[in-house]
Structure formats: structure tokens, C-alpha cells
Ligand binder design. Structure first.
Ligand SMILES: [Cu+2]
Length: 647
């Protein structure tokens, strides 16, 4: 046993992982005889405790802290394997060490850096650059991409990346404005060598630099005066460790290398209408964006293979930004730092990775009584938990909102720079839109999977599909106007693979059959598709349809299993498909009166506009969870009128 300084005991099973816990976990892994010299660490994260452990925990209880370490041994020695290790940093023992044969971790940053250096030195690649008039390779930006699974010889038994290139005249140029079309280098990340350089044909490198930095644009517009958010008495929320309390809500903020922010134990502290006593009512045990895929819809050899799994192949948490006050977040802001591990196992902290603050959100409710002469208005306010991931060219800002009326919302803001292609003059292309002279952007989708472990007043829940059903005209419908609310119980997993249907306002309600409200109705929360959302457009026979099976339907429901965490499985990188939701649901398990998990696929189909260039104004997607019979009446009735309304 080593002599490392003791790890401070965590005070809650869901507390965020600390630098000391990471260091201790790595020390334990390195000391194990199964550890191979020069192995690297794809992730080091909290091994989330069992639900029962979380529920049983009382303040002051001892906590056994387990840490997940994904070890990637040197490729030459062990081939294509990943070792899943669980250690207890509390007891100082390795709890399990599981070798996963044939599995590839997310792309490793260190290997991506090696790929860039190796490609630039490769004579075939250099010749391809010279054919495009590029002699100074320092001005070339190389982006390694996850290669997908297409049955090409390079994939077999290897971890590979496809490396594509962009030209930067100056260091701070927008590289994406000048794609170097037609050149793909296949890089073997395990062996550390370039396997092949493809040259699909020369297209001129676009000339415009696609500038967006103020110093390149010259002038900025005038006329907008300061808009400041002031909260003279401070914010209405508190943060204690990772426990947040605000306006009758409480929850814990977790952070995962792939999912980014995870909300744990989201509960509403509901005053009993009779006694006024506070009842802590569970809504969500855990909520996150567990996977996402960006399938491109262009059929040519340069772009047809692009299907980035930005969570599972890169890591939304690994790509998190530090947020800046007054820029990313406005108002009285509290930040959470997160601690991650480098691939060498060293802990590092991303400061201000998550921000929390309140936003005014217009009117919450209002009535102007024409007869009685009263006029009542209440302001809506929301608490936001926000983080931003930069995945290469794109930015994704994930905002979880909690509201005063019991609503919970996830909004994803898509911005950054679209992935472009260079096009010759006068080339009509049905699969891409021109955004600048010589530059087009292939059509693509961004499809997210939210994993929502709802525990509505407890874990035992049932799921109903609810939608409008017009009634045929007849004696029972003499005005031919009638429509009823149709509610269909979803009883098994295969039946519960459902799609959004806007004409009938289809939504899904999770109820607790054992708990009723004051009106005798089962309490519930409803998943509402508030924005138009597609499913996967690629053919069911495509590689991406097999690998991102979750994206073929908007809704999936599974019985809770702790290790069913990521919609495309734990190892989507170069996976040939079928893992995750399609595999788990193949047995068509019962989802009746059990602990259910909803998986919601949502997103956008992006036909890129000129206005999306050179940097894209935010496009929004997301969904809403709202109480349906969870309360007996408007839970925001007791809000005080705004001070300014007293006159
Ligand atoms: Cu897009």
C-alpha cells in the first residue's frame, strides 16, 4: 500500500470527484499486477452509486467512494482492448478489473495530436497539398475524425482516425473557411502510423477567410446600450458542494466525461396544502444527454462517412469550456469547477465549467378581470444550469432550466462553425448549400439522446402515450367537432419505441400509479416535444442507422438498469452497430409498474443557410418535462406580485 496523502472523505455519495480521488484511483490501478506499463487512461470518473445507496444515505454517514477507470493498454502489447476498472478510493482496493476485447475507447487526445504530426510529415499527403498550391504545412490545420465502421480494410483490428485538412493563412484565421477538399489520411492510432492518404481530386481552396474576429471585421455596430442584470439582495439559490436549492427545488450537479452535466435527485419541496409541512417529492433520479450523433447526408467519398458521436467518440464533458461572467453567463452567477483526468492519469480542473444563475422569463400567469377590475400578474423566473462543449468546429451549449411552476426544460443551443466543403464554381449540389464563394456545407443532422430516469413520487412508475383523437361525426358527435384525449399504456419496450406526432399533440406521461393527487388522479410528469424534431434520415440499412439505433425513434422506454447508461453503448467508436438501446430492448422487457427510464431522441436537421456563415447564430432544440396532476392546482399561485405592480 502506498503512502499517498489520505483522500478526504466525501460527504455525499454523489459529490463530484476530486483531484485527490483521481490521484488515488490512478495509484491503485498502477499498483495492480494487471496494469501494463505505458497504458493510458481514457477516463477517470465517479463510479455512480446504486440508487439504494443514494436513498439510504443520511448526513454524516460514511461514504464508500468508487471510481471508474478505463485503462487502454499499449496497442502493440495487447491489441484492441480496454480494461474497465473499478476501485474504491475509500478502502484502497481494486473492486473489479474487466477486459473488454475488441472495444475502442473514445478518440484519445494524445493520439489525435500524434496523428496531426504524422500526417503532416507523410510524403503522399505533402504531395497532395502541393497539388493544391500549399507548400507551407504549418498553415494546414488537421482535424482527426472518428472513422466510423464501413468495412474498409483499415478498420479491422485497429483504432483509426480519418484526418482531413483546412488552410489557415494566419494562426487565428477561421480554418473552416478554407477546406482542403479531397484529401483524407487514414491514421492508425494504436500503431502510430499513417496507413493511406487518399486524394479524391483537386478542388480549389476557397479564397475568402470567413473572418469573425472583431479585429478582422474592422468595425462593430453602435447603438446598443448596456443591459445589466442586477440582483441587489443576491440570488435566490444556494450551492453547497454540488447540492443546489432554489425555489422549492433541490438537486445535485454531477459531471461525466461523456455526458457533461448530470442532474441527480431532482426533487420538489412541496408544502402540504393542509398542514403546510414540506414534502420532498422526487421527480428525476438522474437526467443527462447521454449520446449524440451528427450524421452527414452527402453521398460523396469525402463526406459520406461522417457520423460523429460527439458524446461517445469525443466526450461532451471532456470538451467543456471555462465560462466567463458577462459573456457566457449574465447576472449573479455561481460557478462549479469540474475535475477531470488527463490520459496520463493526472487530475486537472476546468474552472467555471458549469454556471448557475436565475433568469427572468416574462409572464408566468396573469388575469385582468374585466368585471371585478382586478389585475394580477406574476413573473416567471427560471434557474439555469449551463455548460458549453466545443467539439471541433461546433459548439453545443446545454441549459437545464427549472421553473416556478414545476416545469423542467432542456434547451440545447447549437452554434460555432458548420463543417464545410470546398466546391468549384457553378457546381449544383443537391446535398449541400453554398454559404460563401467556393464553400458549401453538406446537409446534416444533430440528434441527441436524453436519458431521463424519472422517479415521479418514487421509483415505481408507468408510462402512457397521450394524444388527441378526433371522434367520427355521428349521433354522439352531432357538431362533428369532438375530440377526446386518448391515453395508451405502454407496456413493453418494443411497444414503447415511439415517434413524435405533431398533428395529435402526442406526448408521454410518466405516472405513479400508487400516488394520487387531491383530485384522485395519479400524479404524473409529461415529456413534451416542444420543438419540431426529426429522427434519423439515413437508410435503416446504413452504417450509422446500425450504430446510432437510438436515433431511429424519438422515444424509448426501458426498465431501470444501472449499467444501461449510453444510448449507443459504451464503445461507439468504430462499433459496427446494434449496441445500446436496440440491444437492451430486443428482449422486450416489461415496463409496467417498475422503475422506468425514458430516452428521448431530439434535435435538428440542418440545411445550412448563408446566415449560418461564417459562425452560426444559435439554433435551438430541446424538450420540456411538465407536471400533469403532480400538483392539485397551479403551484405558482402563491407567488407574490412583483413590487412594481403594487400601485
Ligand atoms: Cu449543424
Amino acid at each position: 500500500m502506498s503512502t499517498t496523502a489520505a483522500v478526504d472523505a466525501a460527504t455525499h455519495p454523489l459529490a463530484m470527484i476530486t483531484a485527490a480521488e483521481i490521484a488515488r484511483a490512478i495509484e491503485l490501478v498502477r499498483a495492480d499486477p494487471q496494469f501494463e506499463a505505458d497504458a493510458v487512461f481514457a477516463h477517470v470518473r465517479l463510479h455512480e452509486p446504486e440508487k439504494a445507496t443514494v436513498h439510504a444515505h443520511a448526513p454524516g454517514d460514511a461514504v464508500d467512494r468508487e471510481v471508474d477507470v478505463l485503462v487502454v493498454p499499449p496497442f502493440a502489447a495487447s491489441g484492441l482492448v480496454a480494461d474497465e476498472v473499478v476501485v474504491s478510493v475509500t478502502s484502497g482496493e481494486v473492486r473489479s478489473w474487466t477486459r473488454r476485447e475488441g472495444m475502442r475507447p473514445a478518440l484519445l487526445f494524445g493520439e489525435s495530436l500524434s496523428a496531426i504530426l504524422a500526417v503532416k510529415e507523410h510524403p503522399t499527403w505533402q504531395d497532395a497539398m502541393r497539388r493544391r498550391g500549399i507548400d507551407d504545412f504549418d498553415r494546414v490545420q488537421i482535424d482527426p475524425w472518428p472513422a466510423g465502421a464501413f468495412g474498409v480494410a483499415h478498420e479491422d483490428g485497429r483504432r483509426i482516425a480519418r484526418c482531413i485538412a483546412y488552410y489557415r493563412e494566419e494562426h487565428t484565421d477561421n480554418g473552416y473557411a478554407r477546406p482542403v477538399e479531397g484529401v483524407i489520411a487514414f491514421y492508425d492510432q494504436g500503431a502510430g502510423e499513417v496507413l493511406e492518404v487518399l486524394d479524391l481530386g483537386v478542388v480549389p481552396v476557397p479564397h475568402e477567410r470567413g473572418a469573425y474576429l472583431p479585429e478582422h471585421l474592422g468595425t462593430t455596430r453602435a447603438g446598443l446600450r448596456p443591459l445589466e442584470v442586477t440582483q441587489p439582495d443576491g440570488p435566490s439559490f444556494t450551492v453547497d458542494g454540488n447540492l443546489v436549492r432554489w425555489a422549492r427545488w433541490s438537486f445535485r450537479v454531477g459531471f461525466d466525461p461523456y455526458e457533461g452535466v448530470v442532474l441527480h435527485t431532482v426533487a420538489y419541496h412541496d408544502p402540504d396544502p393542509g398542514t403546510g409541512e414540506e414534502r420532498v417529492r422526487s421527480v428525476l433520479h438522474r437526467a443527462s444527454v447521454c449520446e449524440m450523433v451528427v450524421p452527414y447526408g452527402h453521398p460523396d467519398a469525402m463526406h459520406g462517412w461522417k457520423n460523429a458521436f460527439d458524446a461517445g467518440e469525443w466526450g461532451l464533458g471532456r470538451m467543456v469550456n471555462s465560462l466567463r461572467e458577462g459573456c457566457d453567463c449574465l447576472g449573479v452567477v455561481e460557478y462549479l469547477d469540474v475535475t477531470l483526468a488527463s490520459e496520463q492519469g493526472d487530475p486537472y480542473t476546468v474552472e467555471h465549467a458549469v454556471c448557475l444563475h436565475e433568469e427572468d422569463y416574462g409572464i408566468l400567469w396573469k388575469h385582468h378581470d374585466l368585471h371585478g377590475g382586478t389585475d394580477e400578474v406574476r413573473r416567471s423566473r427560471r434557474l439555469v444550469v449551463n455548460f458549453v462543449a466545443t467539439v471541433g468546429n461546433y459548439e453545443y451549449a446545454f441549459a437545464w432550466y427549472l421553473y416556478l411552476d414545476g416545469n423542467v426544460q432542456l434547451e440545447v443551443k447549437l452554434t460555432g462553425i458548420v463543417s464545410p466543403m470546398a466546391v468549384g464554381p457553378d457546381v449544383a449540389d443537391a446535398f449541400a448549400n453554398v454559404v460563401a464563394p467556393g464553400v458549401a456545407a453538406p446537409h446534416h443532422q444533430h440528434l441527441f439522446s436524453a436519458r431521463l430516469d424519472l422517479d415521479v413520487d418514487g421509483p415505481v412508475n408507468a408510462v402512457h402515450e397521450v394524444e388527441a383523437e378526433p371522434v367520427p361525426p355521428g349521433p354522439d358527435n352531432p357538431w362533428a367537432n369532438a375530440f377526446r384525449q386518448k391515453s395508451t399504456r405502454l407496456r413493453t419496450e418494443l411497444v414503447a419505441q415511439r415517434d413524435v406526432h405533431a398533428p395529435t399533440s402526442r406526448a408521454w406521461t410518466v405516472v405513479n400509479p400508487g400516488r394520487t393527487n387531491g383530485l384522485g388522479q395519479p400524479v404524473g410528469y409529461q415529456l413534451v416535444p416542444t420543438m419540431s424534431t426529426p429522427t434519423l434520415l439515413a437508410s435503416p440499412t446504413s452504417s450509422v442507422a446500425a450504430r446510432a439505433g437510438f436515433a431511429r425513434h424519438n422515444l424509448w422506454v426501458t426498465p431501470y438498469r444501472r449499467d444501461e447508461r449510453r444510448a449507443a453503448g459504451d464503445y461507439p467508436n468504430q462499433h459496427t452497430g446494434g449496441d445500446g438501446l436496440p440491444r437492451w430492448t430486443a428482449g422486450d422487457r416489461s415496463i409496467e409498474d417498475t422503475d422506468v427510464v425514458l430516452w428521448y431522441t431530439f434535435g435538428v436537421t440542418h440545411f445550412v443557410r448563408p446566415e449560418d456563415w461564417p459562425v452560426m447564430p444559435v439554433e435551438y432544440t430541446g424538450f420540456l418535462l411538465r407536471p400533469v396532476g403532480f400538483f392539485d392546482r397551479n403551484p405558482a399561485l402563491d407567488l407574490p406580485p412583483p413590487d412594481a405592480c403594487h400601485t
